[in-house]
Design a protein around this ligand. Structure first.
Ligand code: NDP
Length: 485
């Protein structure tokens, strides 16, 4: 499939591509072959300065435009992204290795949803009027100013849009740093936003490793930091932002539970377990990687799961029939293989998978461990790969305590036909995003985010507006003002 993977330059600043080869070279590797498909250069201090300066200078005029005008540009960008879905999906596949079967329905389309949703909402962002007798207060919803977005490598287009759309709708400017592993897609998002009419300087993309993110987070001009990444990175970035009393959104990792009760529809539960463990080769933050299955249906569940995993089509991600792609990088493949070895060493029973696929690329087989216990490493740590841990349970109270016994709180799911139990369990989950008889749906209309160590703040839905704007109260006195002397 002919597609130019080498971007015109590494960075997109002030409405144009900008290059500075003095930065560290970053090779972009196609995970399906291990071959270099592009090279970009990490931002130098001069590039970081250019991006922050452009964003700072452009923001005030953008905020002064009406919400309708701002929203129109975002909605135009959404339409352009949908019209170019094929090319953008191919690029997402080059960047991440995720199969085209997925990227064509889950990445650019999800980014377009965010731009359309927040584009529509931009004109509705108003304050309140609070009557106090004759006097009154009104509130103004104002932008934060300059927002920094830092992305993980699993959903580069989606993350660039999920952060950019609400930030721009509220009248902010953004400097976005993608993961060094997947630097290509955010540049396209910036290009399209500007083609759609976004004034120069409002959405800038600069490349680099953690230290570029660090330089952005500590800059005094930056008002807000939105990070998608692991909990350890979240701790570092949150602490750095706190030193400057900056606003934060932290979308971090998870080790989410999925509970399958004895009355569940087994076929649906198996579908949920597949979607919640093997989509994007398991590289999804909200995955339900601790699958608690009632002992009464455990054998039937594992039998159907193994049979259906046999239908996974592993191979060339550009082939629309492929349903399971490689890991994003050699490093990530090795991390996951390390966890598989730990699972075996600690006594979990390997049901299927557990090995890499011979040949080029970073392919692993979908892996299921059964008889996993709560104390095993594979039941406690986020693996971020296609490794499902199946744990036994018999009693609702017992399984709820075990499900919540984790530092994480990103997502959780329950499969049951019992209506009251489903809602009771959803209420008891210590997790920000829960599913009943489903898993990993992420519509833009629903708030998404974590509890406990999995994060702070929410993305998507009206909830995101609170994290990209601030309220100003204006007291208006209509009567005379009295003073003590
Ligand atoms: P990392 O935490 O390693 O990195 C996230 C981003 O932060 C990268 O762009 C990274 O740069 C950057 N970074 C690293 N150190 C610093 C620093 N000190 N200051 C500023 N920026 C820094 O995560 P991964 O990219 O490995 O992504 C996987 C993780 O992301 C998983 O834990 C996953 O659960 C989580 N995630 C959470 C989601 C959510 O919405 N809750 C969604 C998707 C993923 P670089 O890597 O280029 O060095």
């Amino acid at each position: 499939m002919a597609y130019d993977t080498q971007p015109p330059a590494s960075h997109f600043i002030n409405g144009a591509y900008v290059e500075d080869k003095a930065g560290t070279a970053i090779d972009v590797i196609y995970p399906a072959t291990g071959k270099v498909i592009a090279t970009v250069y990490a931002a130098t201090p001069a590039i970081i300065e250019q991006a922050l300066d452009a964003a700072k200078s452009a923001q005030k005029n953008w905020a002064a435009m009406s919400g309708t005008e701002r929203g129109r540009i975002l909605r135009r960008a959404a339409d352009m992204i949908r019209a170019r879905n094929h090319d953008l999906s191919v690029l997402e596949t080059w960047d991440t290795g995720k199969p085209y079967q997925e990227t064509s329905v889950a990445d650019a389309t999800s980014g377009a949803d965010a731009l359309e949703y927040f584009g529509g909402m931009a004109a509705t962002l108003t304050g309140d009027h609070i009557q106090l007798g004759e006097n009154w207060v009104y509130t103004r919803r104002e932008p934060l100013g300059l927002c920094v977005g830092i992305g993980a490598w699993n959903y580069p287009t989606q993350i660039a849009c999920w952060k950019g759309a609400p930030a721009l709708a509220c009248g902010n400017a953004m400097v976005f740093k993608p993961s060094e592993t997947t630097p290509l897609c955010a540049l396209k998002v910036a290009e399209i936003l500007h083609e759609a009419g976004l004034p120069a300087g409002l959405y800038n993309v600069i490349q680099g490793m953690g230290e570029v993110g660090g330089a952005l987070v500590t800059d005094p001009r930056v008002d807000k930091v939105s990070l998608t990444g692991s909990v350890p990175t979240g701790r570092t970035v949150y602490a750095a932002a706190a030193a400057g009393i900056k606003h934060v959104t932290m979308e971090l990792g998870g080790k989410s539970p999925m509970i399958v009760f004895e009355d569940a529809d087994i076929e649906n539960a198996v579908s949920g377990a597949i979607l919640g463990n093997f989509y994007s080769s398991g590289q999804v933050c909200s995955n339900g990687t601790r699958v608690f299955v009632h002992t009464a249906i455990k054998d039937a569940f594992l039998a159907r799961l193994s049979a259906r995993l046999g239908n996974a089509v592993i191979g060339d991600p550009m082939d629309p029939r492929t349903s399971f792609g490689p890991m994003v990088s050699k490093r990530q493949m090795e991390v996951v293989l390390g966890y598989i070895e730990k699972g075996k060493a600690e006594g979990a029973r390997l049901v299927t998978g557990g090995t890499a696929v011979e040949g080029a690329g970073y392919f692993l087989r979908p892996t299921v461990f059964a008889d996993v216990t709560d104390d095993m490493t594979i039941a406690r740590e986020e693996i971020f790969g296609p490794v499902m841990a199946v744990l036994d349970f018999e009693d609702e109270a017992e399984v709820m305590a075990r499900a919540n016994d984790t530092e994480f709180g990103l997502a959780a799911g329950v499969f049951t036909r019992d209506l009251t139990r489903a809602h009771r369990v959803a209420a008891a989950f210590e997790a920000g995003t829960c599913f009943i008889n489903s898993y990993n749906d992420a519509p833009v209309e629903a708030p998404f985010g974590g509890m406990k160590a999995s994060g702070v703040g929410r993305e998507n839905a009206a909830a995101a507006i609170a994290h990209y704007s601030q309220l100003k109260s204006v007291f208006v006195r209509m009567d005379d003002l009295e003073a003590p002397f």
